[in-house]
Unconditional design. Structure first.
Length: 353
């Protein structure tokens, strides 16, 4: 279903950004809906932070237009945009307590003390920092400092909040807690969050929509389920989770050959005998007795990962990665079964510009 213009708050049209001879973004097209939690995901240097900076107004595109609520705002300075940013380094004012940090933007707007007090109180309640008003920011934990930074950004009631890897400095346990907290805050306020990260788990946990980027281009846009289960190309399949990727031949609809035998699959619409890439996730390979599997091989490595074992199996000339809760031994001979719904077919060198 096509989104109507009233649902779209930001529209990046044919955006190109260069630094000298280095093209960081190339003809990027992306629209962002109201009240959406959208994540720009990709490795370092893929262009995701540059995209965020163009939306924020810290950078101008060399070509293309940034449209906000139907108006081109390429040259509009950051402070005049209804957009706020939370950075990886929270940049809190250490000479001010929590209350004054959050109130800072409201004082610049010259609101009355009564209005400021009410807004700061509501915002601290939202980020679960009631009672911390008089605390020095230096005395807070990393997670609490991040909440102050978020409250300071949100108290000005922006229509869009940009978050540039804000969880990167936190430890694993706190990072997971804050993933859920950010999603809760976004749903409570009903505003658009644009989140930048290179962490696949973060993107899958928090997002309504994920935009996978590489080398200044969009590779795929979709829900977390779409991105994980139906990757559009090798880059996406390898970057989001772990994958076994093998060469195959799509003989006809629902029939594919790889590793010397033919399999049923659920994909269609390919040319007859088209060369394809076949993607199979490690958790989708089922273990069987040796000689009773669709493929058979020898275990070359077993690593305990807590919730599962990571098993490497040599079958013919290919090493397969399997995630399974069953323990097997190195040098053990095993069978492997792969069912039609777990075989994902991709066209060779397929991507998005």
């Amino acid at each position: 279903m096509q989104d109507s213009n009233k649902d779209i708050i930001i529209d990046l049209k044919n955006i190109t950004k260069k630094y000298g001879n280095n093209t960081v973004l190339e003809n990027l097209n992306l629209y962002i809906r109201r009240n959406e939690f959208i994540t720009l995901l990709g490795p370092s240097g893929c262009g995701k932070t540059t995209t965020l900076n163009i939306i924020a107004g810290f950078e101008e595109p060399n070509e293309g237009d940034l449209v906000f609520e139907g108006k081109v705002i390429n040259e509009l300075p950051p402070h005049k945009r209804q957009i706020n940013t939370v950075f990886q380094r929270y940049a809190l004012f250490t000479h001010m307590n929590v209350y004054e940090n959050v109130a800072f933007g409201l004082r610049i707007k010259k609101l009355s003390e009564k209005e400021i007090k009410e807004k700061v109180k509501n915002m601290l309640k939202l980020v679960d920092l009631e009672g911390y008003e008089k605390r020095s920011t230096d005395s807070l934990s990393g997670g609490q400092q991040q909440r102050v930074a978020i409250a300071r950004a949100l108290v000005n009631e922006p229509k869009v909040l940009l978050l540039d890897e804000p969880l990167a400095a936190l430890d694993l346990k706190l990072r997971k807690e804050m993933q859920l907290e950010l999603k809760r805050i976004q749903k409570s306020l009903g505003i658009t969050f644009i989140f930048v990260t290179h962490d696949q788990e973060e993107a899958l946990t928090m997002s309504d929509t994920i935009v996978v980027m590489n080398k200044g281009k969009i590779q795929q846009i979709g829900t977390p389920q779409d991105i994980y289960n139906e990757p559009k190309n090798k880059f996406v399949a390898r970057f989001i989770g772990e994958s076994n990727i093998v060469d195959g031949i799509m003989h006809e609809d629902y029939r594919v050959s790889f590793e010397g035998r033919e399999f049923e699959c659920v994909d269609k619409g390919f040319d007859k005998d088209e060369n394809v890439d076949v993607v199979i996730r490690p958790e989708d390979i089922k273990l069987a007795e040796f000689g009773q599997g669709m493929l058979n091989g020898v275990v070359t490595s077993v690593i305990f990962k807590g919730v599962h074992y990571e098993i490497e199996v040599q079958a013919n000339n290919k090493k397969w990665l399997i995630h399974n809760t069953k323990h097997v031994m190195v040098d053990e001979k095993i069978g492997m079964n792969i069912y039609p719904e777990d075989i994902h077919i991709m066209r060779k060198a397929r991507g998005m510009g």
